[in-house]
Design a protein around this ligand. Structure first.
Ligand SMILES: [Zn+2]
Length: 210
């Protein structure tokens, strides 16, 4: 089981669309940024890369690279997800908190969960989005921008999503073969091998069966 956290913030700017979690939200101002400035997708991208130890969004999609200008950040999240999959990790669950004063996000939370889950090839139940204000305090309270804090769980491909090792029926016996070639000290950790498997394993080690 691996855990990633992320953070992103963007300032409001005029003449921009407000896009959060892949959903366009009607508002007089949008967010400033090189891409579509979707702070939710950005923070989640950092979290999924972090859980896999693959750096951060700025390293993967540099913001001075013209190919990412006005990019759909949901697409960037999906690209990061695919990279993480190639590295042997699977997405399990994300919980995202969006902190901003206005507009109210409650009507858009379900749509955001769906869009984010789509990018992560997951079901909406695997993505939770929560929206809150900063109670009028500080730069968020003054309506200058938005902050997003996600946490995300992923599992290594050989783990099941509940964090237990995902072991194929043959795996203990492959381990036994490897351990048998190693030092005697590892032998005491060998799993018990059922008799029928022990017979075929013995035949395999003797070179008599495939
Ligand atoms: Zn960002």
């Amino acid at each position: 089981m691996r855990v990633g956290i992320g953070y992103d913030s963007h300032a409001f700017a005029t003449g921009r669309k407000l896009i959060l979690g892949g959903v366009e939200i009607p508002n007089a101002k949008g967010l400033a940024g090189h891409s579509d400035a979707d702070a939710v997708a950005h923070a989640l991208t950092d979290a999924i890369l972090g859980a896999a130890g693959l750096g951060d969004i700025g390293r993967m999609f540099p913001n001075d690279d013209p190919q990412w200008k006005d990019a759909s950040s949901i697409d960037l999240l999906n690209k990061a997800f695919l990279k993480v999959g190639e590295a042997g990790f699977q997405f399990v669950h994300a919980d995202v908190t969006i902190i901003m004063e206005q507009p109210k996000l409650a009507p858009y939370v379900d749509a955001m969960e769906e869009r984010l889950a789509e990018a992560l090839r997951a079901g909406p139940a695997q993505v939770s989005v929560k929206a809150k204000t900063n109670e009028g305090m500080g730069w968020i309270g003054r309506g200058e921008g938005v902050a997003v804090l996600p946490s995300l769980r992923s599992a290594e491909a050989q783990e099941s999503p509940d964090g237990l090792p995902r072991v194929s029926p043959a795996a203990p016996y492959r381990t036994a073969v490897r351990a048998d070639r190693g030092s005697g000290r590892r032998r005491k950790h060998l799993p018990a091998v059922p008799a029928d498997v022990a017979v075929s394993l013995g035949a395999f080690l003797a070179g008599g069966a495939s």
